[in-house]
Write a protein that binds this ligand. Structure first.
Ligand code: ZN
Length: 461
């Protein structure tokens, strides 16, 4: 796709393509170096260059011109020339990527970094036991890919790389009409994200939440997009009526940058249409407010804890993973509230966002939800008044149904509250109104602690 955008359709000499790709991948650093010019016998300066980030983590071909010693100091004999060379077999064979019969070359670190390090990246191409052989087109395409990546980095902690898959022509439009307009020239990332951290899921979810907002114009950046570009995004999420586009799939690679890139996780996310539908429901909740997008983003952003100069974001990553995979985020919300939230209640909108999720994705009974919300609020604020924090921890730590009921019994006795009958009717499989008892317990413990902290914070202020 990058090759097509840069050079159009046609037949090209691979060396010429590599040379023009190099011009884009090698940047002047702003520093100057010195070399000795033999013809004139003078020491001259040249602009120092380097592979641009993050290509420099993968391309290690740094030129080392011959040196000469003058007055005890080493000088290059000419400015370093950045080059990459490919040699192809005379014998034609099928390309491992596109299957075309052509002269072949072994894939190298600089054009296929995720395939050629079998120890680290074996999961990427599990079927291949030998080295990867590629045709001239695919060999050059691997290098061009660096210019198409979206990425986000956090210093030495992580580098995330995002790639999309879909119809090639749509993908070309996506790059040209959407990502070109949004591209950031920031040091740490080249695409806007609602939030990010060292982990894969939180960062992928931060990207999707922001991309979803562009379809609905819920961000200043979305104003930069044309209405055609917004329509395209909508179609690619699989959210337009009768659109037959091949829906996008998001691929995320996360690893630690360093001398070499050390891949830690590789994930594929489909079902973007379902996530987008969910997102629309969340935005609708806050339609009467100024910035619904900001409210929804803040709900997910909050699950982090400041530690020294950094943020500890494991809860946000787990919650994002649950949402992306349509699983249960409640245990991580509970853990955050009891251990990470610094005795502060959840931010505005959190419970509403969770309720939509519980109804839509986990199919929780709407009446049960109402009962848990009402009772949780009552229990939490009464416990705060009576200074009974211990009851909340006992509730949170209930390990089985018997313990759960014992705690509820304690609540009736010590706080003189009546436990709603709905919570006490157990069905086969230890479920309560169609939901596993543990989920009911976890949600109740979230509501309760949140009401407790709200009352406490109100009292203090
Ligand atoms: Zn090929």
């Amino acid at each position: 796709m990058v090759l097509y955008r840069l050079f159009g359709e046609g037949e090209f000499d691979h060396r010429k393509l590599i040379d023009s790709l190099l011009e884009k991948l090698v940047h002047a650093t702003g520093n100057k170096g010195e070399y000795f010019d033999r013809e004139t016998g003078e020491i001259k300066t040249y602009p120092k260059k380097n592979w641009c980030y993050p290509a420099n983590l993968f391309i290690k071909a740094n030129p080392k011109p011959k040196k000469i010693k003058i007055d005890g100091k080493d000088y290059f004999l000419h400015p370093p020339r950045y080059e990459l060379k490919l040699s192809f077999s005379r014998k034609k064979e099928p390309c491992d990527i596109c299957a075309q019969i052509a002269p072949s070359t072994k894939a190298k670190m600089w054009n296929y970094p995720f395939v050629v390090e079998p120890g680290k990246f074996a999961n990427f191409y599990p079927g291949l036991k030998r080295e990867l052989k590629v045709c001239p087109t695919c060999a050059v395409a691997g290098l061009a890919a660096y210019l198409g990546w979206l990425w986000c980095a956090q210093g030495r902690d992580a580098l995330h790389i995002f790639c999309f898959h879909g119809d090639l022509w749509d993908l070309e439009r996506l790059q040209r009409e959407v990502f070109d307009s949004l591209r950031l020239e920031e040091k740490g990332r080249n695409v806007p994200l609602a939030f990010y951290g060292p982990y894969l899921h939180e960062t992928a979810w931060g990207l999707l939440l922001r991309l979803f907002s562009y379809v609905r114009r819920h961000s200043p950046e979305a104003e930069k997009l044309s209405s055609e570009a917004r329509e395209l995004l909508k179609k690619l999420f699989g959210a337009s009526d009768g659109g037959s586009a091949q829906p996008l799939v998001l691929y995320v690679v996360t690893g630690k940058p360093g001398q070499a890139f050390n891949m830690q996780l590789f994930k594929e996310f489909g079902r973007l249409a379902a996530l987008y539908r969910l997102y629309k429901k969340w935005i609708n909740l806050f339609e009467d407010y100024d910035r619904p997008q900001k409210i929804v983003e803040n709900v997910f952003r909050q699950f982090q804890k400041k530690e020294g100069r950094n943020f500890h974001t494991i809860w946000r990553d787990r919650i994002s993973a649950a949402v992306l995979e349509m699983g249960d985020p409640l245990p991580f919300v509970e853990e955050f509230l009891y251990e990470g939230a610094d005795k502060k209640p959840l931010v505005f909108g959190t419970l509403e966002v969770l309720e939509v999720y519980l109804k839509e994705v986990l199919e929780m009974d709407a009446d049960l939800l109402k009962v848990i919300r009402g009772f949780g609020y009552n229990l939490g604020s009464t416990a705060q008044r009576e200074n009974e924090m211990g009851l909340l921890y006992a509730l949170r730590n209930a390990k089985n149904l018997d313990e759960f009921f014992r705690v509820l019994n304690d609540v009736q006795y010590r706080l003189r509250l009546t436990v709603p009958e709905d919570l006490l009717v157990v069905e086969p499989g230890e479920s309560i109104k169609g939901s596993p008892w543990r989920r009911v317990k976890t949600l109740l413990s979230i509501y309760t602690m949140n009401a407790y902290l709200r009352a406490q914070n109100k009292g203090q202020s």
